[in-house]
Design a binder for this molecule. Structure first.
Ligand SMILES: O=c1[nH]c(=O)c2ncn([C@@H]3O[C@H](COP(=O)(O)OP(=O)(O)OP(=O)(O)O)[C@@H](O)[C@H]3O)c2[nH]1
Ligand SMILES: [Mg+2]
Length: 201
């Protein structure tokens, strides 16, 4: 991951401890130059596509906190269902559980799914958020592995050597995950931004 900045830590707005942990681990395995702190802002999550949901949440958080901030939205998109549940995966998971999510695909010819991570970054209140997306392709399978993080047990990434995200070692997941890929793009952007600022001084 490229060097980004020696700036003040960026506020990562999330109430999800597992997301926070993975982001911290991914950043720690890079250059360590992008530093984050965490705040939980109860931002409304609108209906819309993944980018619209992410932008609205980040805009709200930047206004509420009065500072630059980062938000993250995770979607799980089933090919057979035209991309649903997508950004609504949290409610689907809560209501249907792992088994119910598998049952949704009974009768379809494909279990393909995309894990999609969307970071939104706003440089401050009133500043339009920018979007950084990461995707990992895989299959929806009956649950295998530890159950402490969301839908990890039912998502088997194509690059995971037959293991579900939940069965993978954390460091292995972080090498191929939707979150890693989105964070890589965000870090590259912030590094360029910092370089530009330094050059214009
Ligand atoms: O198995 C998983 N592996 C992952 O890598 C992953 N990333 C997110 N999730 C879950 O998918 C929903 C997204 O909803 P979401 O993006 O709105 O998150 P959230 O509301 O929990 O936190 P936040 O909005 O405060 O950041 C929530 O149920 C998350 O627990 C994951 N599950
Ligand atoms: Mg949320």
């Amino acid at each position: 991951m490229p060097a980004s900045s020696s700036k003040a830590p960026l506020v990562f707005v999330t109430g999800n401890k597992n997301k926070l942990k993975e982001v911290q681990q991914i950043l720690a395995s890079g250059t360590g130059e992008l530093q984050i702190t965490n705040q939980d802002v109860d931002a409304p999550e609108i209906q819309g596509n993944t980018q619209e949901v992410a932008i609205a949440k980040c805009r709200y958080a930047a206004d509420k906190l009065g500072t630059a901030c980062l938000t993250e939205d995770t979607a799980l998109c089933f090919e057979a269902l035209g991309g649903l549940p997508g950004p609504y995966i949290k409610d689907f998971l809560k209501t249907l559980g792992h088994e119910g999510l598998n049952t949704l695909l009974v009768g379809f010819s494909t279990t393909k799914a995309t894990a999609l991570c969307t970071f939104a970054y706003s440089s401050g209140p009133g500043q339009e958020p920018m979007i950084f997306e990461g995707r990992t392709e895989g299959q929806i399978v009956p649950a295998r592995g530890p159950t402490h993080f969301g839908w990890d047990p039912i998502f088997q990434p194509d690059e995971g050597h037959g293991q579900t995200y939940a069965e993978m070692d954390g460091a292995e997941k972080n090498k191929i995950s939707h979150r890693y890929r989105a964070l890589e793009k965000l870090s590259a952007y912030l590094a360029e931004e910092t370089k530009g600022e330094a050059e214009s001084r």
